[in-house]
Design a protein around this ligand. Structure first.
Ligand SMILES: NC(=O)c1ccc[n+]([C@@H]2O[C@H](COP(=O)([O-])OP(=O)(O)OC[C@H]3O[C@@H](n4cnc5c(N)ncnc54)[C@H](OP(=O)(O)O)[C@@H]3O)[C@@H](O)[C@H]2O)c1
Length: 258
């Protein structure tokens, strides 16, 4: 089984990807900032009798990104599955908010996804095998501020790559979760009490659905019947209606909530 490199692997969806792939026999390379948590997670996975390496890197910084790019372009230890998952939301509105926070979010959600894909793809294409899973969001289909705009980029980037790579043996899938129980909202200081229970997903369901969809060669993966229906509606709804719903939402709580 090939090696899977997962960014944001210490928590939430990334941890579920790492744990599931390791339980299926993949060696793993875990990427996140918190070194001691990374080591603790790697130790848990080694008990499943796989190799688990760690790269402590802040994906907002070029030096951190470069370390991960170097690992991904290593042809002697090829990475078979790349999961671009690391991410966070910015809980304030664009006008009057911190531009540095916005820049960091764009660095992790967009620049890191682009650069890490660019680093690994030549290796995957030459080997004629591999998969990239880019964790996007259903928010990419609505008007939820700069977070939605970044996730729209991730989804379209993934779909475009899946077309460019047709016939190479390499698959790219955008994983588009809805609200999922992780540390995401708490870290961003978002108040989520108003979100009804039926709208919440478990990270395990998101990951199982994504891995099944990658096997089927699907360019976009949406977990849960409620989000399959909502995302279809958002994609086929006239854009003026999507904008109208977005403006009602913007009048309420903070944006960037999933
Ligand atoms: N939860 C949801 O409702 C939801 C819905 C749709 C999409 N998503 C997307 O799912 C992905 C995973 O989020 P999650 O919900 O699992 O959140 P989470 O539980 O907060 O996990 C985020 C992970 O990303 C890492 N990370 C954050 N900033 C980083 C940075 N600058 N450099 C490197 N690693 C960084 C964190 O570790 P360190 O802090 O140690 O770096 C952690 O491992 C994100 O892309 C998010 O946008 C989430």
């Amino acid at each position: 089984m090939g090696t899977a490199l997962v960014t944001g692997a210490t928590s939430g969806i990334g941890w579920e990807f790492a744990r599931t792939l390791a339980s299926r026999g993949h060696d793993v390379c875990l990427v996140a900032r918190d070194e001691s948590r990374l080591e603790q997670r790697a130790e848990e996975l080694r008990r499943l009798r796989v190799d688990a390496e760690c790269i402590s890197a802040d994906l907002c910084e070029r030096a951190g990104l470069a370390r991960v790019e170097e690992r991904l372009s290593d042809r002697l230890r090829p990475v078979e599955i790349l999961v671009n998952n690391a991410g966070f939301g910015v809980p304030h509105r664009f006008v009057g908010g911190s531009i540095e926070d916005e820049q960091r979010m764009l660095d992790v959600l967009v620049t890191a996804v682009m650069r890490l894909s660019h680093a690994v793809l030549p290796v995957m294409v030459d080997r004629g095998t591999g998969a990239i899973l880019n964790v996007s969001s259903v928010a990419g289909w609505i008007t939820g501020g700069t977070y939605s705009a970044a996730k729209a980029w991730v989804t379209v980037f993934s779909e475009s790559l899946s077309i460019e790579l047709a016939g190479t043996g390499v698959h790219v899938t955008a994983v588009c979760p809805g609200f999922t129980h992780t540390e995401f909202h708490q870290r961003a200081g978002m108040e989520m009490d108003a979100v009804p229970e039926w709208m919440w997903l478990d990270a395990q369901d998101v990951v199982d659905t994504a891995l099944r969809d990658v096997r089927k060669g699907r360019p976009v993966s949406v977990a849960g019947p409620q989000y399959k229906a909502l995302s279809l509606a958002a994609q086929y709804m006239p854009r003026p209606l999507v904008r109208a719903l977005g403006s009602r939402r913007a009048g309420g709580q903070a944006r960037a909530s999933h």
